[in-house]
Design a protein around this ligand. Structure first.
Ligand SMILES: C[S@@+](CC[C@H](N)C(=O)[O-])C[C@H]1O[C@@H](n2cnc3c(N)ncnc32)[C@H](O)[C@@H]1O
Length: 261
């Protein structure tokens, strides 16, 4: 077990540049490669199925990353990105506004476009995502309105990747965060949840962050208790066994669940 790292630690010590460099230099052999290949394929399958689409999608705990929105942006008119820390929101804005120093997502963009049938269309997708993200908002999943003081109409879809594991100190907090974010989703809308199982920590630069150790049974129970029907769940074993010192995750998961009316 690792010590819990709360929002104050994220605000102070979560370095978006280090997170991007450590996990998202896709294709360069980092620990992130295996997880990304899994997640990008899952997102591509889920969103191209045509079952998950609509007007607005809210990405909860976006961090400084965009990979999770790349397939979704073809199926939603508007995306709202959110995170707790100012530095993550700034890093995201930098990429959205194509400012100098923004992270180079082109290897990931090309990979997603290849999955979707045409690798050459990556610059079009880049522009599409930049147009689709209409707002970048502060969010705290532990608040009953996570976007306080902003209130938004309920969205058609919530997406969240590797946020709740980090934000919640125990299972009770996870259930409560799930309740909080669910207020942002309309009945009948979809929650797409992606992350890692059996994980205790992950490193960002030299700082160790807590991860709540989750298993499939708990996730199923928490979602059902919150009024979701799980429509799809995929779990994949970690292939890369080295680099345990960076993160001890054992499996990756992606869940699509529908909020009951
Ligand atoms: C491991 S990163 C995941 C970032 C991104 N979604 C991804 O898939 O790579 C965890 C994120 O959760 C955010 N976070 C931590 N506590 C939070 C809270 N209480 N409310 C909202 N976001 C939080 C952090 O700022 C960080 O960006």
């Amino acid at each position: 077990m690792s010590d819990f790292t709360g929002t104050d630690v994220y605000q102070e010590s979560f370095d978006p540049k280090a997170y991007l460099e450590d996990y998202f230099r896709f294709g360069e052999g980092s620990l992130g490669d295996g997880f990304l290949k899994f997640a990008l394929k899952q997102y591509s399958d889920v969103f191209s199925s045509g079952n998950v689409k609509g007007g607005t999608l809210i990405d909860v705990g976006s961090g400084p990353t965009i990979h999770q929105m790349l397939s979704a942006c073809e199926h939603f008119e508007e995306i709202i990105a959110t995170d707790y820390t100012d530095k993550n929101l700034e890093e995201l804005e930098k990429w959205l506004k194509n400012k100098p120093g923004a992270f180079d997502w082109s290897p990931v963009l090309k990979y997603v476009c290849e999955l979707e049938g045409d690798r050459e269309k990556w610059m079009e997708k880049q522009e599409r995502l930049r147009r689709a993200v209409k707002q970048v908002l502060k969010c705290d999943v532990m608040k009953s309105n996570p976007l306080e003081p902003v209130t938004l109409p309920q969205a058609d879809c919530l997406l969240s990747s590797e946020c709740l594991e980090g934000a919640c100190k125990d299972q009770a907090a996870y259930r409560s965060a799930l309740k909080n974010i669910s207020t942002l989703l309309r009945p009948g809308g979809h929650l797409v949840l992606c992350g890692v199982l059996n994980t205790n920590y992950y490193m960002v630069g030299k700082v160790k962050f807590f991860s709540l150790c989750l298993d499939e049974a708990f996730l199923r129970d928490a979602l059902q208790a919150e009024g979701y029907v799980i429509e799809h769940m995929t779990i994949a074993q970690r292939e890369e066994k080295s680099m345990q010192e960076m993160c001890d995750y054992e499996r990756s998961y992606l869940i699509v669940a529908r909020k009951q009316g």
